[in-house]
Ligand binder design. Sequence first.
Ligand code: IFM
Length: 445
Amino acid sequence: MSSDSLRFPDRFLWGAATSACQIEGAWDLDGKGESIWDRFGHTPGRILNADTADIACDHYKRWQQDVDLMVELGLGAYRFSISWPRIMPNGKKPVNSLGLDFYDRLVDKLLASNIQPFPTLYHWDLPQALQETGGWTNRDVVKRFAEYAEVVAQRLSDRVRHWTTLNEPWCIAVLGHATGDHAPGYKDKQTAIVVGHNLLVAHGLACQAIRATACGPDKPQLGIALIFTPTDPASDSPKDQALAEKTWREDLSYFMDPIFRGIYPESLSKIKSHIRTGDLELIATQLDFLGLNYYSRTVLGIKGKVEVVPGSQYTEMGWEVHPVSLRKLLVKFSKDYHLPPIYITENGAAFSDQSSPDGRILDFARLNYLRDHLEQAWLAIQDGVDLRGYFAWSLLDNFEWAHGYSKRFGIVHVDFANQKRTIKESGRWYASVIKQNAVESSRFA
Ligand code: IFM
């Protein structure tokens, strides 16, 4: 190792992440129920190129080969999500034991391979049957979610220690219910606010259910994964600065304030009429870790217009590559809130990859993205942030929601015509980082 390598703390957890709907396929196999994303994907016009998640990476059938890939990468942890409609096809009991068996086998193989399982209970694939009664807009869903959490914990908590309740409630509320880009495709801001609250109550109840049920040798570690896209001003004019500061404050506090302070920020005053006695205490239930998902920042100019920054690099998603904001976020949160340990539960980039004549996948833009963000994560640790691990998004190229298969985030390439997996150069590089527990500070061209 060279003298200018950035060494991470001992026991730093190196992982990669996926989600059920994005990789599993087998959308109606072994008793799985329909999810809102199955319905969305089968509705013409919702997803680019009329792609669906029906087959995705066929992980439901190829999971053993995928765990072997994780071993080859040297992962210490694997963050995946559990498909609620696979476990409870109608969103409530009875339980589909074949669904539970799938995750049971996966957890066993991960542990046998020295890879810590890091399941997320909800990564957007609500059972369609629950959507028929209002989905996340219907307060009843919170009880259903807690029952589901209990069923999964009963089966897996003897072996699973770290649990994430929800992935990115902001996306579920806003993209699913205000802009309509995601399933179920609602376009109503007020509905999104109600959904955000119901999600948080569901999170709190699920934490209680897991704590009451867990039967492992160690106390379960509970967390939630939140996505943050901080805002910077386009210029140093006082107007731009004030607007960016306001947006930063409102966006970042939307979920952080209720979870870590037990209050909603002023900007969400419309939520007040939906809060029931005990909700805020439930939402602010003590957590064992915070999962932070970071991809990019937003730059706002006159009248709140999103500006493109000259000279900046943008990913295929149109997201600016801005690693410094990751450190800024980590440091700011650690100062502003009383936080448990943090894991970066997602970070990565969509770029179109090149292949070399000898079959290698040359994705140096992704490699540099990961490298530069890890450097900022390392700096945040030097600043005193209690960062315990990092999960690259994503293990595999996969179904990128409304973008279908047009955007590739994987450190492993998937040829969707024949499901062949190839570890990309970024994946090989990441494996060497994991092996050395350190990042070299040189860049790749
Ligand atoms: O693919 C998604 C993931 O499901 C949630 N976080 C952001 C990723 C990239 O868009």
